[in-house]
Ligand binder design. Structure first.
Ligand code: NAP
Ligand code: GLV
Length: 316
């Protein structure tokens, strides 16, 4: 089977993917963009990492687009994306575990004032603060999907009072023990005043873009923590800066930004109550993710069910 591998990779990264995919997908002939253009009718699948718009056009036998990214917002934003070709996204338990580590670290650091102590250290200030208990710290995780569920579970296991927000009732949804499911907009509005730390793990869709805005921050208890690990466009940056400066938001941990890399003159870099990470909350690791790709390419070859299909209408 001929498969196109395309997208935005550094040179070393592309090499790592090529090696891991070759091992995980025996029988696949990997094509780059030029090779695919030379024999477009032979390309059965495309394995993609946010390819430039237009890269997937003109491939008449294309039967599967497999994303190496968990979030498919940039892929779906390509107006030339071939209609009707199934899209699968990356779902890798190792990646979910990495995300849970990042979310738990941020929640613990907010609960125990570790970001405050880091700030105090820079000012040579010895100032203990009252110690908060985990079970008195209320955490709301936006998103109860692959990442949200795993993160909510890890945080609940640490003793926090955790709720997870999802869009709708889903038959067979598994909600981790100790996590209260909160479904729909009205239930979220009711939960926000009881949220000390808000962790965002939503997909970016028209319904979720700009959700982290002034009106949401205003519903939180004064001094709440914000942890955005999903997409920069979920958050309205001027609204966050205003809420931080007013003390309505106590501290923000941000891994994702409207413009990445974060521009050198951005106010977040030097804001005392913002922690910046360079989009590293959960990287796709070729060592485990290649096997996920291999399973879907095998299913395609054998006519079996493709896993982790994206609902184009919902956008995730
Ligand atoms: P997922 O499995 O598709 O889960 C999405 C969850 O969001 C579902 O629970 C869904 O609710 C909920 N949701 C979607 N729209 C909603 C709405 N309008 N209102 C309420 N809930 C809504 O996605 P995932 O694998 O967990 O990934 C989530 C996101 O994490 C990705 O899209 C990506 O943006 C981000 N991510 C970031 C990094 C990083 O390094 N920073 C790495 C990987 C992924 P239902 O269950 O009811 O449908
Ligand atoms: C990373 O942000 C991803 O969506 O995989």
């Amino acid at each position: 089977m001929n498969v196109l591998l395309t997208g935005q990779f550094g040179a070393a990264e592309r090499g790592a993917w090529a090696d891991a995919l070759a091992q995980a997908c025996p029988g696949v002939r990997w094509l780059d963009d030029d090779a695919a253009r030379a024999a477009p009718a032979t390309v059965r699948a495309a394995v993609v990492a946010n390819p430039a718009p237009g890269r997937l056009q003109g491939l008449p036998a294309l039967a599967l687009i497999q994303s190496l990214w968990a979030g498919v917002d940039r892929l779906l934003a390509d107006p030339t994306l071939p209609a009707g070709v199934p899209i699968a996204r990356m779902v890798d338990p190792m990646m979910n575990a990495a995300m849970a580590e990042t979310a738990l670290w941020a929640v613990l650091a907010l609960q125990r004032d570790f970001f405050v102590y880091a700030r105090q250290q820079r000012a040579r200030q010895w100032q203990p603060h009252p110690q908060r208990r985990a079970d008195e710290t209320r955490v709301t995780v936006l998103g109860l999907g692959e990442m949200g569920r795993t993160a909510a579970q890890a945080i609940a296991r640490q003793g926090f009072a955790v709720a997870g927000w999802a869009a709708r009732e889903r038959p067979g949804r598994s909600v981790p023990e100790g996590v209260q499911a909160v479904l729909g907009d009205a239930a979220l509005a009711a939960r926000l005043p009881a949220t000390d730390v808000l962790v965002n793990l939503l997909p970016l869709t028209p319904a979720t873009r700009g959700l982290l805005s002034a009106s949401l921050f205003a519903r939180l208890p004064r001094g709440a923590g914000i942890v955005n690990l999903a997409r920069g466009a979920h958050l309205v940056e001027p609204d966050l800066l205003a809420a931080l400066d007013a003390g309505q938001v106590g501290h923000a941990v941000l891994d994702v930004f409207a413009h990445e890399p974060l521009p050198p003159d951005h106010p977040y870099w030097s804001h005392p109550r913002v922690t910046v990470l360079p989009h590293v909350a959960a990287a796709t690791d070729p060592r485990s993710a290649a096997a996920v790709v291999g399973a879907n390419l095998r299913a395609l070859a054998e006519g079996g069910p493709i896993a982790h299909l994206v609902d184009r209408r919902r956008g995730y």
